[in-house]
Design a binder for this molecule. Structure first.
Ligand code: DAH
Length: 347
């Protein structure tokens, strides 16, 4: 019987070494220790063994059981490792170069945004941020844009039907609607409510309007807003700053022009045109780029600044249009299609 035991163990070692999957493992295990297994059969023969030989045989059987169990454990570990390996796929070498060629590039809108912020930081502006989901207060009311103003219409602005979902708002009137900000001018209000004058901020960001998409319009676009509040600020300071930033971005040949306009939050207000015919694909003499003006006293009142003590200017402009001029892009939709043939041209 001792011989049968060691033969059984040798057989088990050979069989289990070849196993690769769980079902075969369970079946093999049953062939040895299951109710009809080979070891089970040997144990049943114990009754026929003479009494004096039984203790030694019992020890041998226990020994064989322990060895089989160790074999089961080892085999199961190997099968589990193989299963995990199959889920992970082939090993990855992170030190190899990427398969799709070279490092990534910055999006052209990111390049223009960062360059504008760099230009403005040089003259003392700090980058400020605000949320894309706003309330009517920050986007319109505090900016002296009353109910009934065309830009507040449902046909121009994306309103949220549910008014209870957001908690980014520190100041909100009962019943006021949430919306996707239509301009970055809302960051002016957030900034002034948080800090005392003087203020000198630039705020780039994403903005939204109910526009039908075509070569020059997108419902989702980007703006860059500036606000400067201090003593004795004049229109001349505003014009000088705009001349400086556009000459820095587009080249010293660039000219700016103001046309009188109306915005509720500035008085006087202007639209800003750029002349940059030295740029390769620019063929119009004047291109409208944004709006600006001297901060209206009603805005100071809305944020608790003393209107007679403080003066300032503000402007806002579209980043897409700037990038289109700078890089000679003729369709705004290229910015959002994530086509690598387009994007990799701006490395
Ligand atoms: N918010 C305006 C727009 O989206 C742009 C603008 C005009 C911003 C005048 C200003 C400003 O800060 O003073 O068209």
């Amino acid at each position: 019987m001792q011989d049968q035991l060691s033969a059984l163990l040798n057989k088990a070692r050979a069989e289990f070494a070849a196993l690769r999957a769980r079902p075969e493992f369970e079946a093999a295990k049953a062939r040895f220790v299951g109710p009809n297994g080979e070891l089970t059969a040997l144990m049943k023969q114990m009754g026929a063994v003479p009494k004096d030989q039984r203790p030694a045989l019992g020890r041998s059987i226990n020994e064989a059981k322990a060895q089989l169990q160790a074999l089961f454990d080892l085999t199961l570990r190997a099968i589990e490792d193989a299963e995990i390996g199959a889920q992970l796929g082939p090993p990855v070498d992170p030190s190899l170069p990427p398969p799709d060629g070279g490092p990534g590039t910055y999006h052209p809108l990111t390049l223009v945004r960062e360059e504008m912020c760099r230009i403005l930081r040089k003259v003392g502006f700090t980058v400020a941020d605000g949320p894309e989901v706003e309330t009517e207060f920050y986007c319109f009311d505090a900016l002296n844009t009353p109910l009934g103003h065309p830009s507040r219409e449902f046909t121009d602005t994306f309103y949220f039907p549910d008014t209870t979902r957001f908690n980014n708002v520190s100041r909100r009137v009962e019943g006021e609607k949430y919306l996707l900000r239509t301009h970055t001018s809302s960051v002016q209000i957030r900034t002034m409510l948080q800090q005392a004058p003087p203020v000198r901020i630039v705020s780039p960001g994403r903005t939204f309007r109910r526009d039908t998409t075509d070569a020059t319009h997108s419902a989702n676009f980007h703006q860059l807003e500036c606000l400067y509040v201090d003593r004795n600020v004049t229109v001349r300071d505003l014009k000088a700053l705009l001349d400086y930033i556009f000459a820095s971005l587009l080249g010293p040949e660039t000219k700016t022009r103001f046309r009188p306009h109306y915005f509720g939050y500035t008085e006087p207000s202007f639209e800003v045109d750029l002349s940059a015919k030295h740029l390769p694909k620019v063929n119009k003499e004047w291109i409208e780029i944004g709006g600006c003006g001297m901060v209206d006293p009603s805005v100071y009142e809305a944020v608790g600044y003393e209107p007679n003590a403080w003066t300032g200017y503000a402007f806002g402009m579209g980043l897409e249009r700037l990038a289109m001029m700078l890089y000679g892009i003729d369709d705004i939709r290229y910015f959002y299609q994530n086509d690598l043939r387009f994007l990799t041209q701006f490395s």
